[in-house]
Design a protein around this ligand. Structure first.
Ligand SMILES: *Cc1c(COP(=O)(O)O)cnc(C)c1O
Length: 364
Protein backbone atom coordinates (compact mmCIF):
# COMPACT_ATOMS: atom_id res chain seq x y z
CA UNK A 1 0.00 0.00 0.00
CA UNK A 2 1.25 3.49 -0.79
CA UNK A 3 -0.18 5.94 1.74
CA UNK A 4 -1.27 9.45 0.78
CA UNK A 5 0.76 10.82 3.71
CA UNK A 6 2.94 8.71 6.04
CA UNK A 7 2.76 10.31 9.48
CA UNK A 8 4.13 7.19 11.17
CA UNK A 9 7.32 7.10 9.10
CA UNK A 10 7.96 10.75 9.88
CA UNK A 11 7.44 10.25 13.61
CA UNK A 12 9.80 7.26 13.68
CA UNK A 13 12.49 9.31 11.93
CA UNK A 14 12.54 11.85 14.79
CA UNK A 15 11.08 9.74 17.61
CA UNK A 16 13.80 10.29 20.16
CA UNK A 17 13.75 14.07 19.93
CA UNK A 18 9.95 14.18 19.98
CA UNK A 19 9.59 11.85 22.94
CA UNK A 20 12.15 13.85 24.93
CA UNK A 21 10.40 17.13 24.10
CA UNK A 22 6.98 15.78 25.08
CA UNK A 23 8.27 14.32 28.36
CA UNK A 24 9.82 17.65 29.21
CA UNK A 25 6.43 19.33 28.91
CA UNK A 26 4.76 16.63 31.01
CA UNK A 27 7.38 17.14 33.73
CA UNK A 28 6.98 20.93 33.57
CA UNK A 29 3.14 20.70 33.64
CA UNK A 30 3.01 23.69 31.28
CA UNK A 31 0.13 22.06 29.46
CA UNK A 32 -1.30 25.23 27.91
CA UNK A 33 0.90 27.97 26.38
CA UNK A 34 4.09 28.14 28.50
CA UNK A 35 7.76 28.43 27.62
CA UNK A 36 7.81 25.90 24.75
CA UNK A 37 4.93 27.65 23.02
CA UNK A 38 6.55 31.07 23.54
CA UNK A 39 9.82 29.80 22.09
CA UNK A 40 7.99 28.27 19.13
CA UNK A 41 6.18 31.55 18.47
CA UNK A 42 9.48 33.38 18.24
CA UNK A 43 11.15 30.73 16.11
CA UNK A 44 8.22 30.41 13.73
CA UNK A 45 7.84 34.19 13.31
CA UNK A 46 11.53 34.43 12.50
CA UNK A 47 11.20 31.54 10.05
CA UNK A 48 8.42 33.46 8.28
CA UNK A 49 10.40 36.70 8.36
CA UNK A 50 7.76 38.30 10.58
CA UNK A 51 8.12 40.37 13.75
CA UNK A 52 5.37 38.62 15.73
CA UNK A 53 4.02 35.07 15.98
CA UNK A 54 1.01 34.05 18.05
CA UNK A 55 0.36 30.35 18.64
CA UNK A 56 -3.24 29.16 18.52
CA UNK A 57 -5.29 25.98 18.76
CA UNK A 58 -6.14 25.69 15.04
CA UNK A 59 -5.62 27.30 11.66
CA UNK A 60 -9.30 28.14 11.57
CA UNK A 61 -8.85 30.19 14.76
CA UNK A 62 -5.90 31.93 13.11
CA UNK A 63 -8.16 33.08 10.28
CA UNK A 64 -10.95 34.03 12.68
CA UNK A 65 -8.73 36.14 14.95
CA UNK A 66 -6.88 37.73 12.03
CA UNK A 67 -10.20 38.92 10.65
CA UNK A 68 -11.36 40.18 14.07
CA UNK A 69 -8.06 42.00 14.67
CA UNK A 70 -8.51 43.68 11.30
CA UNK A 71 -11.83 45.00 12.60
CA UNK A 72 -14.01 42.89 10.32
CA UNK A 73 -17.57 42.18 11.37
CA UNK A 74 -21.24 42.28 10.34
CA UNK A 75 -21.92 44.32 7.21
CA UNK A 76 -18.38 43.93 5.88
CA UNK A 77 -17.35 41.94 2.81
CA UNK A 78 -14.22 39.83 2.47
CA UNK A 79 -13.00 38.72 -0.95
CA UNK A 80 -11.70 35.17 -1.26
CA UNK A 81 -11.72 32.11 -3.51
CA UNK A 82 -14.38 29.39 -3.61
CA UNK A 83 -11.72 26.77 -4.40
CA UNK A 84 -10.35 26.25 -0.90
CA UNK A 85 -10.89 24.22 2.23
CA UNK A 86 -14.17 25.27 3.85
CA UNK A 87 -12.39 26.79 6.89
CA UNK A 88 -11.35 29.86 4.89
CA UNK A 89 -14.99 30.75 4.32
CA UNK A 90 -16.23 29.58 7.72
CA UNK A 91 -13.84 31.98 9.46
CA UNK A 92 -15.26 34.92 7.51
CA UNK A 93 -18.81 33.87 8.43
CA UNK A 94 -17.82 33.52 12.15
CA UNK A 95 -17.14 37.27 12.23
CA UNK A 96 -20.56 38.09 10.79
CA UNK A 97 -19.00 39.38 7.56
CA UNK A 98 -19.99 38.17 4.09
CA UNK A 99 -17.59 36.13 1.92
CA UNK A 100 -17.47 37.40 -1.67
CA UNK A 101 -15.99 34.90 -4.11
CA UNK A 102 -13.73 35.53 -7.06
CA UNK A 103 -12.97 32.68 -9.47
CA UNK A 104 -9.55 31.04 -9.63
CA UNK A 105 -6.94 31.30 -12.34
CA UNK A 106 -7.20 28.06 -14.33
CA UNK A 107 -3.42 27.53 -14.34
CA UNK A 108 -2.32 28.40 -10.79
CA UNK A 109 -5.67 27.48 -9.10
CA UNK A 110 -5.24 30.53 -6.84
CA UNK A 111 -7.45 33.64 -6.90
CA UNK A 112 -7.68 35.28 -10.34
CA UNK A 113 -6.20 38.73 -9.73
CA UNK A 114 -7.64 40.06 -13.00
CA UNK A 115 -11.18 39.47 -11.68
CA UNK A 116 -10.62 40.77 -8.17
CA UNK A 117 -11.13 44.47 -8.62
CA UNK A 118 -14.65 44.13 -10.02
CA UNK A 119 -15.70 42.32 -6.82
CA UNK A 120 -14.77 45.29 -4.63
CA UNK A 121 -17.68 47.33 -3.24
CA UNK A 122 -17.89 50.06 -0.60
CA UNK A 123 -18.42 47.26 1.95
CA UNK A 124 -15.21 45.40 1.10
CA UNK A 125 -12.74 45.42 4.00
CA UNK A 126 -10.24 42.69 3.23
CA UNK A 127 -8.84 40.26 0.68
CA UNK A 128 -8.14 36.71 1.84
CA UNK A 129 -5.99 34.92 -0.75
CA UNK A 130 -5.27 31.20 -0.28
CA UNK A 131 -1.86 29.76 -1.15
CA UNK A 132 -3.50 26.59 -2.41
CA UNK A 133 -1.57 23.30 -2.49
CA UNK A 134 1.58 25.17 -1.36
CA UNK A 135 1.75 27.61 -4.29
CA UNK A 136 1.57 31.31 -3.38
CA UNK A 137 -1.25 33.44 -4.76
CA UNK A 138 -0.06 36.30 -7.01
CA UNK A 139 0.71 38.64 -4.11
CA UNK A 140 2.07 41.74 -5.89
CA UNK A 141 -1.16 42.59 -7.73
CA UNK A 142 -3.17 41.59 -4.65
CA UNK A 143 -1.20 44.01 -2.44
CA UNK A 144 -1.33 46.73 -5.07
CA UNK A 145 -5.13 46.50 -5.47
CA UNK A 146 -5.59 46.25 -1.68
CA UNK A 147 -3.49 49.34 -0.98
CA UNK A 148 -5.26 51.34 -3.68
CA UNK A 149 -8.64 50.52 -2.12
CA UNK A 150 -7.54 50.67 1.54
CA UNK A 151 -8.13 46.94 2.12
CA UNK A 152 -6.41 44.60 4.56
CA UNK A 153 -4.76 41.45 3.20
CA UNK A 154 -4.92 38.25 5.25
CA UNK A 155 -3.01 35.30 3.81
CA UNK A 156 -4.42 31.80 4.24
CA UNK A 157 -1.04 30.07 4.41
CA UNK A 158 -2.38 26.85 5.95
CA UNK A 159 -0.96 24.81 3.06
CA UNK A 160 2.15 26.82 2.35
CA UNK A 161 4.68 26.87 5.22
CA UNK A 162 8.00 28.08 3.79
CA UNK A 163 6.63 28.87 0.33
CA UNK A 164 8.06 32.00 -1.28
CA UNK A 165 6.67 34.67 -3.57
CA UNK A 166 9.44 36.33 -5.59
CA UNK A 167 11.95 35.23 -2.97
CA UNK A 168 9.91 36.45 -0.01
CA UNK A 169 8.47 34.02 2.55
CA UNK A 170 4.68 33.95 2.45
CA UNK A 171 2.75 34.82 5.60
CA UNK A 172 4.60 38.10 6.10
CA UNK A 173 3.75 39.68 2.72
CA UNK A 174 0.16 40.60 3.59
CA UNK A 175 -0.91 42.26 6.83
CA UNK A 176 -1.48 38.98 8.69
CA UNK A 177 -0.52 35.40 7.74
CA UNK A 178 -2.51 32.41 9.02
CA UNK A 179 -1.06 28.92 9.41
CA UNK A 180 -2.46 25.52 10.35
CA UNK A 181 -0.40 22.78 11.98
CA UNK A 182 -3.02 20.08 11.47
CA UNK A 183 -1.05 16.81 11.46
CA UNK A 184 -1.15 16.36 7.67
CA UNK A 185 0.08 19.88 6.85
CA UNK A 186 3.68 20.50 5.76
CA UNK A 187 4.46 21.44 9.36
CA UNK A 188 2.11 19.34 11.45
CA UNK A 189 1.56 19.01 15.19
CA UNK A 190 0.40 15.83 16.92
CA UNK A 191 -3.06 17.24 17.44
CA UNK A 192 -4.72 20.51 16.46
CA UNK A 193 -2.64 23.69 16.22
CA UNK A 194 -2.28 26.92 14.31
CA UNK A 195 -0.62 30.33 14.38
CA UNK A 196 -0.67 33.82 12.96
CA UNK A 197 2.34 35.90 12.02
CA UNK A 198 2.36 39.65 11.43
CA UNK A 199 4.63 42.68 11.38
CA UNK A 200 1.92 44.86 12.93
CA UNK A 201 2.32 45.20 16.72
CA UNK A 202 -1.30 46.27 17.22
CA UNK A 203 -2.71 43.23 15.40
CA UNK A 204 -0.32 41.02 17.40
CA UNK A 205 -1.47 42.55 20.68
CA UNK A 206 -5.17 42.11 19.86
CA UNK A 207 -4.79 38.52 18.61
CA UNK A 208 -2.83 37.60 21.73
CA UNK A 209 -5.64 38.91 23.91
CA UNK A 210 -8.44 37.36 21.83
CA UNK A 211 -6.92 33.85 21.98
CA UNK A 212 -6.98 33.97 25.80
CA UNK A 213 -10.42 35.33 26.72
CA UNK A 214 -9.58 38.92 25.80
CA UNK A 215 -7.49 39.31 28.93
CA UNK A 216 -4.85 42.00 29.27
CA UNK A 217 -4.05 40.65 32.69
CA UNK A 218 -5.65 37.74 34.47
CA UNK A 219 -9.43 38.17 34.90
CA UNK A 220 -9.36 41.64 33.35
CA UNK A 221 -11.29 41.04 30.14
CA UNK A 222 -10.72 43.95 27.80
CA UNK A 223 -12.19 42.25 24.74
CA UNK A 224 -14.79 39.52 24.20
CA UNK A 225 -12.32 36.72 23.64
CA UNK A 226 -12.02 33.01 22.96
CA UNK A 227 -10.24 29.93 24.21
CA UNK A 228 -7.92 29.52 21.22
CA UNK A 229 -4.65 28.74 23.03
CA UNK A 230 -2.02 26.27 21.87
CA UNK A 231 -1.12 23.24 24.02
CA UNK A 232 2.35 23.11 25.53
CA UNK A 233 2.98 19.67 24.04
CA UNK A 234 2.18 20.91 20.54
CA UNK A 235 4.56 23.83 20.94
CA UNK A 236 7.37 21.48 21.99
CA UNK A 237 6.66 19.11 19.07
CA UNK A 238 6.48 21.94 16.56
CA UNK A 239 9.83 23.34 17.76
CA UNK A 240 11.47 20.00 16.98
CA UNK A 241 9.73 19.65 13.64
CA UNK A 242 10.43 23.21 12.50
CA UNK A 243 14.14 22.32 12.41
CA UNK A 244 13.37 19.70 9.74
CA UNK A 245 11.01 21.77 7.63
CA UNK A 246 13.66 22.95 5.15
CA UNK A 247 14.80 19.38 4.48
CA UNK A 248 11.24 18.04 4.28
CA UNK A 249 10.26 20.83 1.89
CA UNK A 250 13.23 20.04 -0.35
CA UNK A 251 12.20 16.37 -0.36
CA UNK A 252 8.66 17.31 -1.44
CA UNK A 253 10.04 19.49 -4.24
CA UNK A 254 12.32 16.69 -5.40
CA UNK A 255 9.40 14.23 -5.40
CA UNK A 256 7.29 16.70 -7.39
CA UNK A 257 10.07 17.10 -9.95
CA UNK A 258 10.21 13.32 -10.36
CA UNK A 259 6.42 13.09 -10.80
CA UNK A 260 6.62 15.95 -13.35
CA UNK A 261 9.26 14.08 -15.33
CA UNK A 262 7.55 10.70 -15.25
CA UNK A 263 4.10 12.09 -16.08
CA UNK A 264 5.18 14.40 -18.88
CA UNK A 265 3.66 12.19 -21.62
CA UNK A 266 0.83 10.74 -19.57
CA UNK A 267 -1.91 12.94 -20.99
CA UNK A 268 -2.81 14.37 -17.59
CA UNK A 269 -2.15 17.96 -16.52
CA UNK A 270 0.61 18.23 -13.92
CA UNK A 271 0.94 21.20 -11.51
CA UNK A 272 2.21 24.38 -13.13
CA UNK A 273 4.69 26.36 -11.06
CA UNK A 274 4.15 30.07 -11.62
CA UNK A 275 7.28 32.14 -12.36
CA UNK A 276 6.89 34.06 -9.10
CA UNK A 277 6.56 31.04 -6.88
CA UNK A 278 8.62 28.68 -4.78
CA UNK A 279 6.05 25.88 -4.55
CA UNK A 280 6.14 23.66 -1.44
CA UNK A 281 3.75 20.95 -2.68
CA UNK A 282 1.49 20.46 0.28
CA UNK A 283 -0.53 18.65 -2.38
CA UNK A 284 0.60 17.32 -5.75
CA UNK A 285 -2.65 17.58 -7.71
CA UNK A 286 -2.90 16.35 -11.29
CA UNK A 287 -5.87 17.04 -13.54
CA UNK A 288 -7.80 14.86 -15.96
CA UNK A 289 -11.37 14.69 -17.23
CA UNK A 290 -11.21 10.99 -16.25
CA UNK A 291 -10.46 11.76 -12.62
CA UNK A 292 -12.87 9.27 -11.03
CA UNK A 293 -11.65 6.44 -13.27
CA UNK A 294 -8.02 7.27 -12.49
CA UNK A 295 -8.72 7.33 -8.77
CA UNK A 296 -10.42 3.92 -9.01
CA UNK A 297 -7.48 2.42 -10.96
CA UNK A 298 -5.00 3.71 -8.40
CA UNK A 299 -7.13 2.34 -5.57
CA UNK A 300 -7.09 -1.10 -7.20
CA UNK A 301 -3.29 -0.99 -6.99
CA UNK A 302 -3.47 0.12 -3.33
CA UNK A 303 -2.40 3.69 -3.99
CA UNK A 304 -4.17 6.22 -1.77
CA UNK A 305 -5.24 9.51 -3.34
CA UNK A 306 -7.30 12.52 -2.30
CA UNK A 307 -9.49 15.17 -3.90
CA UNK A 308 -8.81 18.74 -2.78
CA UNK A 309 -11.61 19.71 -3.16
CA UNK A 310 -14.50 17.98 -4.94
CA UNK A 311 -17.08 20.75 -4.35
CA UNK A 312 -16.15 24.45 -4.38
CA UNK A 313 -17.43 26.29 -1.33
CA UNK A 314 -19.98 28.37 -3.29
CA UNK A 315 -21.81 25.12 -4.14
CA UNK A 316 -21.70 23.65 -0.63
CA UNK A 317 -25.10 23.15 0.96
CA UNK A 318 -24.03 24.92 4.16
CA UNK A 319 -23.31 28.13 2.24
CA UNK A 320 -26.36 28.08 -0.06
CA UNK A 321 -27.55 31.21 1.76
CA UNK A 322 -24.77 33.19 0.08
CA UNK A 323 -26.86 32.87 -3.06
CA UNK A 324 -24.38 31.46 -5.55
CA UNK A 325 -25.27 28.86 -8.18
CA UNK A 326 -23.66 26.42 -10.62
CA UNK A 327 -21.85 28.34 -13.35
CA UNK A 328 -20.90 31.33 -11.20
CA UNK A 329 -17.22 30.32 -11.03
CA UNK A 330 -16.53 28.13 -14.06
CA UNK A 331 -12.79 27.65 -13.45
CA UNK A 332 -13.25 26.53 -9.85
CA UNK A 333 -16.07 24.20 -10.90
CA UNK A 334 -14.08 22.65 -13.75
CA UNK A 335 -10.96 22.16 -11.67
CA UNK A 336 -12.95 20.68 -8.76
CA UNK A 337 -14.28 18.04 -11.16
CA UNK A 338 -10.84 17.15 -12.49
CA UNK A 339 -8.20 17.33 -9.75
CA UNK A 340 -6.69 14.29 -8.09
CA UNK A 341 -4.01 14.51 -5.40
CA UNK A 342 -1.30 11.86 -5.67
CA UNK A 343 0.66 10.59 -2.64
CA UNK A 344 2.96 13.34 -1.39
CA UNK A 345 5.09 13.62 1.72
CA UNK A 346 8.79 13.89 2.43
CA UNK A 347 9.02 10.21 3.37
CA UNK A 348 8.01 8.84 -0.06
CA UNK A 349 10.70 6.90 -1.91
CA UNK A 350 11.63 7.35 -5.57
CA UNK A 351 10.48 3.75 -6.16
CA UNK A 352 7.03 4.61 -4.80
CA UNK A 353 6.79 7.67 -7.03
CA UNK A 354 7.90 5.59 -10.03
CA UNK A 355 5.24 2.98 -9.23
CA UNK A 356 2.46 5.58 -8.84
CA UNK A 357 3.50 7.31 -12.06
CA UNK A 358 3.59 4.03 -13.98
CA UNK A 359 0.09 3.15 -12.79
CA UNK A 360 -1.15 6.63 -13.75
CA UNK A 361 0.35 6.28 -17.25
CA UNK A 362 -1.19 2.88 -17.90
CA UNK A 363 -4.58 3.94 -16.49
CA UNK A 364 -5.26 6.90 -18.75
C1 LIG B 1 -6.18 23.19 6.91
C2 LIG B 1 -6.69 24.46 6.36
C3 LIG B 1 -7.34 25.42 7.17
C4 LIG B 1 -7.78 25.16 8.59
O1 LIG B 1 -6.81 24.75 9.45
P1 LIG B 1 -7.22 23.89 10.76
O2 LIG B 1 -5.94 23.85 11.54
O3 LIG B 1 -7.65 22.55 10.29
O4 LIG B 1 -8.29 24.61 11.47
C5 LIG B 1 -7.68 26.63 6.59
N1 LIG B 1 -7.43 26.88 5.30
C6 LIG B 1 -6.85 25.98 4.49
C7 LIG B 1 -6.60 26.34 3.06
C8 LIG B 1 -6.47 24.74 4.98
O5 LIG B 1 -5.91 23.84 4.17
Amino acid sequence: MIPFVDLKAQYLSIKEEIDTAVLKVLESTQFILGSEVTAFEQEFAQYCNADYGIALNTGTSALHLALLAAGIGPGDEVITTPFTFVATVAAIVYTGATPVFVDIDPVSYTIDVTKMEQAITEKTKAILPVHLYGQPADMNPIMEIARRHGLIVIEDAAQAHRAEYKGQRIGSIGDIGCFSFYPGKNLGAYGESGAVVTNNPEYARIIKMLRDWGQEQRYHHVLKGYNYRMDGIQGAILRVKLRYLDAWTEARRKHAALYDKLLVNSGIITPKVMPYSHHVYHVYAVRTSQRDLLQQKLKEREIQTGIHYPIPVHLQQAYADLGYKVGDFPCAELVANEVLSLPMCAELSSEQIEFVSAVVCESI
